[in-house]
Design a protein around this ligand. Structure first.
Ligand SMILES: *[C@@H]1O[C@H](CO)[C@@H](O)[C@H](O)[C@H]1NC(C)=O
Ligand SMILES: *[C@@H]1O[C@H](CO)[C@@H](O)[C@H](O)[C@H]1NC(C)=O
Ligand SMILES: *[C@@H]1O[C@H](CO)[C@@H](O)[C@H](O)[C@H]1NC(C)=O
Ligand SMILES: *[C@@H]1O[C@H](CO)[C@@H](O)[C@H](O)[C@H]1NC(C)=O
Ligand SMILES: *[C@@H]1O[C@H](CO)[C@@H](O)[C@H](O)[C@H]1NC(C)=O
Ligand SMILES: *[C@@H]1O[C@H](CO)[C@@H](O)[C@H](O)[C@H]1NC(C)=O
Ligand SMILES: *[C@@H]1O[C@H](CO)[C@@H](O)[C@H](O)[C@H]1NC(C)=O
Length: 460
């Protein structure tokens, strides 16, 4: 079954391959139309597509079927970094079987998948990236611009997070001599939690010794009960391999390369409990779809200036809805994220101001100016039950009357993965109409805010 058997003359070329595309399942990226918009001309469709992260794929002996990683790396296939990269192939995937369905400009991510042969439901928890072409992630450069999408969170319960965010990944997925598979196979993931991915820049990460750190802008972490948007600046440019203290784990949380806590903006946590929830009497009714707009405003409006504010707006039922204003004693009633908001929030809610230590919005803005990759995910939380996002008390033993403790209306007993899979086997988020462009160009709606609206005509 080896490629060499079919194309003996390419044997020489094969010997230089590494973490190669697999021979068994072709990788066919589901198309997902997105849009770029200008004030002058409205929105234009772009033929983008999606790709599943490499860690979800079968990684096996390039000329056979043995797994390269089971409980740790195979001694036989991966005795060292160079041999491992040469021996191991990443397979293409069947997207629906991972709970991923794209249709036109919408993508639905189910957290669970059901095997049709057995009807057994298991966790899939897919993570996807947006591709510009077969081998390149779309690179969003959003300084002085805005980014919008529509979302349906009506089937995302307490404890599950349907997320859409940017990480400063390399647009080729860190393709190199070791990693020939690249973005086409979803390689190169990194984020501000510095996850211990199996490979970093094509190098096998033996014993999970290293982490993959990079700047992360969480545009949307939410379910139908709670929502948050959060910059996480890091002292990095694209992926940086961390080890020990620089990964910021455990006691080193505030000594690493990244701001792991971030500076979150969550209406419930900010004291506005009637703003976002699953009923018609909330400002945003999460039983229905709505539009989420995020604006990256710079000091002077230019695309090469310093990021000073990350503004949020919503549109639902044709109306622009201003973001919730902070309603907490001792805090300025802000409705967007600025350095002042972040440092005030940290001092009143308590906690280390790691956002400022990492350079705050200016540092986040540098990444957003260089270009960031769009990720979609849906996940549950076996260790923390997503309490930081949606529960009445976080930590569970804290006094809920204290500012910043309540994150959402979900009980502290919610979010248990074993119960979620039984109660909500169809849990899924739908993201659609992804668009970016000039401030005011990506959405329309009637409103009474300070927004200058773009052209109302959207050309598809
Ligand atoms: C996008 O895809 C459509 C349908 O396949 C095609 O007609 C169109 O030419 C493509 N546009 C670009 C810019 O490639
Ligand atoms: C799976 O469930 C469907 C619908 O409930 C049923 O029709 C089918 O027979 C089941 N298959 C198995 C293998 O149990
Ligand atoms: C990984 O851990 C194993 C078992 O502790 C050890 O034998 C091996 O030397 C380690 N490998 C590396 C590359 O650190
Ligand atoms: C919405 O209405 C329900 C039922 O009348 C009520 O219990 C709840 O407090 C209301 N919520 C808000 C946010 O007004
Ligand atoms: C930003 O771009 C403008 C126009 O291209 C240029 O004149 C200016 O020097 C740039 N500023 C910085 C800080 O790079
Ligand atoms: C960022 O990294 C540089 C280079 O390693 C270092 O000099 C600087 O102190 C770091 N900044 C922070 C805030 O850790
Ligand atoms: C917008 O209009 C609504 C109802 O007309 C009003 O309650 C609200 O205060 C207005 N908001 C602003 C920002 O003017």
């Amino acid at each position: 079954m080896a490629l060499a058997a079919l194309f003996p003359l390419s044997l020489f070329a094969l010997t230089s391959l590494a973490q190669v595309p697999g021979p068994y399942t072709p990788e066919v990226h589901p198309p997902l139309t997105s849009y770029t918009c200008t004030l002058a001309n409205g929105c234009t469709a772009v033929n983008t597509s999606i790709v599943l992260d490499s860690a979800y794929r079968w990684l096996h002996d390039v000329s056979g079927y043995d797994n390269c990683v089971t409980d740790g790396f195979s001694q036989a296939l991966c005795p060292d970094i160079a041999t491992c990269a040469k021996n191991c192939a990443l397979e293409g995937v069947d997207y629906p079987s991972y709970g991923i369905r794209a249709d036109g400009d919408a993508v639905k991510l189910n957290i669970y998948k059901t095997d049709p042969a057995t009807n057994v439901t298991t966790l899939s928890s897919p993570r996807l990236y947006l591709l510009r072409d077969e081998e390149t992630y779309e690179s969003f450069k959003l300084l002085g611009k805005e980014f919008s999408f529509d979302v349906d969170v009506s089937k995302v319960p307490c404890g599950i997070n349907g997320a859409l965010y940017f990480s400063e990944m390399n647009e080729k997925g860190d393709q190199n001599e070791l990693n020939q598979a690249g973005a086409k196979y979803g390689t190169g993931y990194c984020d501000a939690q510095c996850p211990s991915t199996p490979f970093i820049k094509g190098e096998a990460n033996y014993n999970s010794t290293y982490g993959a750190c990079c700047n992360e802008m969480d545009i949307w972490e939410a379910n139908r009960a709670a929502t948050s948007y959060t910059p996480h600046p890091c002292n990095t440019t694209q992926v940086q391999k961390c080890s020990g203290t620089s990964c910021g784990n455990g006691d080193s949380r505030y000594l690493g390369l990244c701001d792991k806590d971030g500076c979150d903006s969550n209406p419930y946590r900010n004291g506005v409990h009637a703003y976002y929830g699953a009923a018609a009497n909330f400002s945003i009714d999460t039983t229905q779809p709505f539009t989420v707009v995020t604006q990256f405003l710079t000091q002077n409006g230019a695309a090469n200036a310093t990021l000073r504010e990350i503004r949020r707006l919503y549109v639902q039922h044709g109306k622009v809805v201003q973001n919730a204003r902070v309603d907490v004693p001792g805090l300025t009633p802000a409705d967007s994220v600025t350095d002042a908001y972040c440092s005030e929030q940290k001092s009143v809610f308590g906690g280390v101001d790691d956002t400022a230590r990492q350079g705050g919005l200016e540092q986040m803005g540098r990444a957003i100016g260089r270009g960031v990759v769009l990720a979609f995910a849906i996940w549950d939380d076996a260790s923390g039950y997503m309490a930081w996002l949606d529960q009445e008390r976080y930590p569970a033993d804290a006094d809920p009357s204290k500012p910043g403790v309540g994150r959402g209306p979900c009980p502290i007993t919610s979010g248990r993965p074993d119960e979620l899979i039984k109660e909500f086997p169809d849990a899924a988020v739908v993201f659609s109409r992804i668009r970016s462009g000039d401030i005011g160009s990506t959405f329309t709606g009637d409103g009474n805010g300070t927004v200058v609206f773009g052209k109302r005509r959207v050309r598809h």
